[in-house]
Design a protein around this ligand. Structure first.
Ligand SMILES: C[S@@+](CC[C@H](N)C(=O)[O-])C[C@H]1O[C@@H](n2cnc3c(N)ncnc32)[C@H](O)[C@@H]1O
Length: 272
């Protein structure tokens, strides 16, 4: 791998991993002071080896579908700052709001293992994962996905309309809290839920999913960003640390936190 390729990989990883950020700072400082060449080489080697591991994982994972690749590409091409300046979206998004490489395939794998037919996503963005999950469902399967931003909902509806599996996706616009209440009123239950919205809302969504039976017995809740860019384990009492502790203390569930990207928790409701 060339140095440019390595730093392309780390550009994104640095947003998520405080250890990589420290190493990159060390690399910059080692160029300014009188650092022995073998130390500089060792720093580069650590970063290169870590980048190679990430690239290898991507290479040895089944590829994305044409539809999800297209959604991902369009997400990178969208003029996010302009949309924000023009008031079309209320948050200044960037393409990295999109779920990370391999995450679509990971969820597809879980859906098939779980033999899920009803899936819920909290936080759709441009629809990368919603589409990946729809692709893993049987013909009569459904993905209900929640999104706050009307512009993202309108754009995703347009995108899904032209794609195979698009008709399996039911988008609910509005604050996820209201949507979860409405789904509970409708008596809906889900076999797999993917939680990937505003982090401050996680605990509230979790309680609604468990208390209102939206998460069926034996179903799996997949929660993204449970490292919260590393702050969950480098600082105490952060929003995500509090969420992770609350889940650990809830005897209705069993859980595992995987060191995948920014931390992914698998939480299974006991029963069945
Ligand atoms: C990290 S992105 C989701 C990425 C998406 N799961 C994917 O596959 O690419 C988080 C999304 O949650 C949405 N969101 C934030 N707060 C919300 C809320 N209170 N209710 C519903 N959606 C919300 C944001 O607008 C944003 O699109």
């Amino acid at each position: 791998m060339s140095t440019d390729e390595i730093f392309e990989v780390w550009d994104k990883a640095m947003l998520m991993d405080p250890a990589v950020e420290i190493l990159c700072e060390l690399r910059t400082r080692s160029k300014q002071v009188d650092t022995p060449p073998e130390v500089k080489e060792a720093i580069d080697k650590v970063l290169t080896t870590m980048a190679m591991r990430d690239t290898y994982c991507r290479k040895m994972t089944m590829p994305d579908s044409a539809s999800t690749r297209m959604i991902s590409k369009e997400t990178f091409a969208m003029p996010w700052s302009q949309l924000f300046r023009e008031g079309k979206v209320f948050t200044e998004f960037n393409p990295f709001y999109q779920s990370g490489p391999g995450q679509g395939q990971f969820l597809q794998f879980l859906i098939r293992m779980q033999k899920a037919t009803r899936v819920l996503e909290i936080g759709m963005f441009t629809g990368y994962v919603a589409m990946a999950m729809a692709e893993a469902l049987p013909e009569d399967g459904v993905v209900v996905t929640c999104e706050l931003e009307p512009y993202l909902v309108a754009t995703a509806k347009e995108t899904f309309r032209g794609l195979p599996c698009g008709e399996k996706i039911d988008i609910r616009q509005g604050p996820a809290t209201d949507t979860l209440d409405a789904l509970a009123e409708e008596g809906q239950q889900f076999h797999l839920v993917y939680l990937d919205a505003d982090k401050e809302g996680y605990l509230g969504y979790y309680k609604k999913l468990l208390d209102n039976q939206l998460l069926a017995p034996g179903a799996t809740l997949v929660v993204d960003n449970t490292f919260e860019f590393g702050t969950a384990y480098t600082k105490s009492n952060t929003v995500m640390d509090q969420f992770n502790i609350a889940v650990m203390q809830d005897d209705r569930v069993e859980q595992i936190l995987l060191p995948l990207l920014d931390g992914v928790s698998l939480i299974r409701r006991k029963g069945e």
